[in-house]
Design a protein around this ligand. Structure first.
Ligand code: KG4
Ligand code: ZN
Length: 366
């Protein structure tokens, strides 16, 4: 396995300073990234992403068959482009699940082929673990972002997931909360659809919400105080968002958005209801687990209101807990986060042989 000259000029150990190729294709983005990693941190050398959003917008959501075909079209040109004039990477990290099987297969098979052809070690990465490490990604050599200090608590909120994960020490994940029905991002997307906003609706709702009043409509805060799950997985900090989605639907059937409340008021009130529930649960979990770091990650972590309100709540409730959130560019699905998580596995030599790697659409991190 080769290695490159480190920034310090000191000859590195090949397993602590390396360049990692990340591959992500679990949903509607084909993404590849090349990261330069060392114990000082990882920075992005290059990243290329082919988004399929415009195609799926016509259908109001991701169509798995179309997604698979698009990933298959894009993956080889993107890998060729990212490795142009570059030596082979030292390791390949690929998302093996959870996600759409049609997309996962494309990324995993590309990684398998490269690992075999170049004799480069392979790391299989859980997509959720990638999101958890996204706050550590440095956009370039100059940036020096804080690292996770353990124990840590991660609130992962995306279109497919709403989970609280307790990480006692690196690699020891314990899911302590999950949605019993819709994910928070899914709730944003479905309510956006009711408002005829294009997919994905989360960013559009939060854009409109900026000019609205958060207390214009009194939407419910489902399971804010209630820990017990009546259905679904039994965790102590469960969420439920389908009732909020239904409340939004009923409100729109009974009322008209006009002068007051405006569409902005509707969006601001709806967004605040989601934010209050996410924050309420995370702070209560924080009081029980006393983490040194609270991480907010996943596509919904791009939401400015959630970022600001959670930062304030952490400051008010915990004096010694650092709050980590990805730079906006690394909130949504991306390959840099997969390479970032891959670095820690590679340091631990936690490799998977190319003969054994498998895509697992239901892979549970914890
Ligand atoms: O992590 P991600 O890119 O894909 C999944 O793994 O699901 O997350 C996409 C989700 C979508 O539901 C999208 O509406 C939501 O993240 N999202 C947002 C915002 N930006 C993206 N939701 C609320 N506010 C935002 N600013
Ligand atoms: Zn994601």
């Amino acid at each position: 396995m080769g290695f490159i000259t480190p920034r310090s000029g000191v000859r590195p150990s090949p397993l602590t300073h390396m360049r990692i190729l990340g591959i992500e294709s679990s949903c509607d983005d084909t993404s590849v990234a090349l990261l330069d990693c060392s114990p000082a941190g990882c920075f992005v050398m290059r990243e290329f992403t082919a988004s399929q959003i415009e195609i799926h917008q016509k259908y109001g959501g991701v169509v798995p068959e179309i997604a698979g075909r698009m990933h298959a079209e894009k993956i080889v040109p993107l890998i060729e482009e990212i490795l142009k004039n570059q030596p082979h990477p030292d390791a390949i990290a690929v998302t093996a699940g959870p996600g759409l099987i049609t997309g996962l297969l494309v990324g995993v098979e590309a990684a398998r082929a490269l690992s075999y052809a170049w004799d480069i070690p392979l790391v299989r990465i859980n997509h959720i673990e990638g999101h958890i490490f996204a706050p550590e990604i440095n956009k370039d050599e100059k940036e020096n972002r804080a690292k996770i200090i353990y124990p840590a608590l991660a609130l992962v909120v995306s279109g497919g997931h709403t989970e609280i994960i307790y990480i006692k020490k690196p690699g020891h994940h314990q899911k302590i909360g999950a949605t019993v029905d819709d994910a928070a991002g899914e709730c944003f997307d479905k309510v956006a659809k009711l408002l005829d906003l294009p997919y994905p609706g989360g960013p559009k709702i939060s854009e409109l919400a900026r000019a609205g009043k958060t207390d214009a409509i009194d939407f419910p805060r489902p399971m804010l105080k209630d820990n017990s799950a009546k259905c679904g997985p039994v965790y102590n900090w469960n969420f439920s968002f389908s009732g909020l989605k239904t409340a939004a639907l009923y409100w729109l059937q009974k009322n008209k958005l006009s002068e007051a409340p405006t569409a902005s008021d509707f969006c601001a009130s709806f967004e605040q209801a989601i934010v209050d529930v996410l924050i309420g649960k995370t702070i209560r979990a924080g009081k029980e687990f006393s983490p040194k770091t609270i991480i907010l990650a996943g596509g919904v972590s791009a939401n400015q209101k959630l970022r600001a309100d959670l930062a304030a709540a952490i400051k008010n409730n915990f004096s010694e807990t650092q709050f980590l959130v990805p730079a906006p560019a690394y909130c949504m699905d991306n390959a840099a986060m997969i390479a970032m998580a891959g670095y820690y596995h590679a340091v631990d030599k936690n490799f998977t042989k190319w003969q054994n790697i498998k895509a697992d659409p239901n892979w549970e991190l914890a």
